[in-house]
Design a protein around this ligand. Structure first.
Ligand code: SF4
Length: 431
């Protein structure tokens, strides 16, 4: 099906309709139809076979490094390098945490993966455990994702007595920062899911003071496939510089929103076509999630969805969220909504996070409701620069970056709100 191109908001040289991308074989979501529900242990094994033996798995770090696999939790850190850091400190007794907290409100890819392909996540955790010398695998799943919790629990029960590594499931408390790596370790040690200020990072001293690898569940699932099929196979997918495939969540006015697996390098135009086309004119795109930023459709339309290419355009792939904003929605209100959420989700431990995000959210709320005070816009621009890097974790940095992108993409709308009026007072609420 052709996409309904957002014609009034795309550049003159952009295609007016995007065609579907060439056929592509999914990897993480291969196998039975997704509508058939979770894949059982028997189905998983008959489709993919056994994992390689333990000795081969010990050599996996070099294979993962050659594959170029990057983390899918948002940071994009090289997975092989992370595993090597933990392995160098591990004298057995290390811990692997499969991080499926997925606190990002509009992302659904981790919960979908855990629900539908739970054994791939466990395989990845076991490969990581062998690679770094861990004796325990903790599957950390956001408590609000109950379908994923049930599916992972069932899968762990199917595997429990077959594996040498102890596997347990822990439900992560709700909260945007619950999946931050020091918060994960803090919760597993002390039932407190707030980031910590410890000098030593989890890979040095983590769960039970042991070296701990906290790795996003999608990253682990890719590692499970690389362990079976090799780094050369992994690198066959991808159209630009970042190799492989990725799960993305498409939300907003499209015919078929939801989670999809794409090759890195697909364009937004093609992704819209894959999603059945837009059902309304698109005004802007939230890319990478609440830790990402706003982009105009003009800037993003034909840009490869590839972390390296996006970074060069001052954008981030983040957690793979592609949030489409209806052109009739107010960008100021959408930005205020997100920053307000981020301020409310602060773990309330650091001054810049409590007071800085609070002040930003309050000024944005005044602007969004067309009741600004003089200087609100100038203050927001200044605070967004001052707050970055001032918290114990990156939470305020994400909110500041999102605000900066909003001030750029919705420049005219912000100016208008500072004058006390809105061009879309009755439009849909986005963000
Ligand atoms: S920066 Fe914010 S979220 Fe991060 S530790 Fe400090 S108060 Fe908590």
């Amino acid at each position: 099906m052709l996409a309904t191109a957002p014609s009034a908001t795309i550049p003159a040289n952009a295609p007016q309709a995007a065609t579907l991308p060439p056929a592509f074989e999914p990897r993480l979501l291969a196998g039975q139809l997704l509508s058939a529900g979770p894949e059982s242990w028997e189905q998983h094994r008959s489709r993919l076979g056994e994992l390689p033996g333990a000795s081969a798995r010990r050599a996996i770090i070099a294979t993962i490094e050659r594959s170029g696999l990057i983390g899918r939790g948002g940071g994009g850190f090289p997975v092989g390098r992370k595993w090597r850091s933990v392995a160098e400190r591990s004298r057995r007794g290390a811990v692997v945490v499969a991080n499926g907290a997925e606190g990002e409100p509009r992302s659904a890819k981790d919960r979908a993966l855990m629900h539908l392909r739970p054994h791939l996540v466990i395989d990845g955790g076991l490969v990581a455990a062998q690679a770094i010398g861990a004796e325990e695998l903790v599957v950390y799943v956001g408590t609000e994702h109950q379908e994923a919790v049930r599916s992972m629990r069932r899968a762990i029960a199917e595997r429990a007595r077959r594996e040498l590594v102890a596997i347990r499931l822990v439900e992560a408390p709700r909260g945007y920062v619950s999946g931050e790596s020091t918060a994960v370790v803090h919760y597993l040690n002390a039932r407190d899911a707030r980031p910590t200020f410890a000098r030593e990072r989890p890979f040095e001293r983590g769960v039970g003071s042991r070296p701990t690898l906290v790795q996003n569940v999608e990253s682990l699932a890719h590692a499970a496939l690389i362990a079976r099929f090799g780094d050369a196979w992994y690198r066959q997918a991808g159209r630009c510089r970042t190799r492989g495939t990725a799960l993305v969540t498409v939300s907003g006015p499209v015919l078929a929103p939801g989670v999809r697996e794409i090759e890195y390098g697909l364009t937004l135009a093609e992704l819209l076509a894959m999603s059945g086309g837009a059902t309304a004119e698109i005004g802007a795109v939230l890319i990478g999630g609440y830790f990402g930023g706003w982009a105009s459709v003009e800037d993003l339309w034909e840009l490869p969805l590839d972390p390296i290419e996006l970074a060069e355009a001052q954008l981030g792939f983040g957690c793979g969220l592609i949030g489409l904003l209806d052109a009739e929605a107010c960008g100021v209100r959408a930005t205020a909504r997100i920053v307000g959420y981020m301020a409310a989700e602060s773990a309330r431990q650091c001054g810049p996070c409590i007071f800085g995000l609070g002040a930003m959210a309050t000024a944005l709320e005044r602007l969004a409701t067309c009741r600004p005070v003089p200087g609100d816009l100038e203050n927001l621009a200044r605070w967004s620069l001052q707050i970055s890097g001032r918290g114990a974790c990156h939470h305020p940095d994400g909110a500041a970056a999102l605000l900066t992108s909003g001030l750029r993409v919705f420049r005219d709308e912000f100016d208008r709100h500072q004058r006390g009026s809105c061009a879309h007072p009755t439009g849909p609420v986005g963000g």
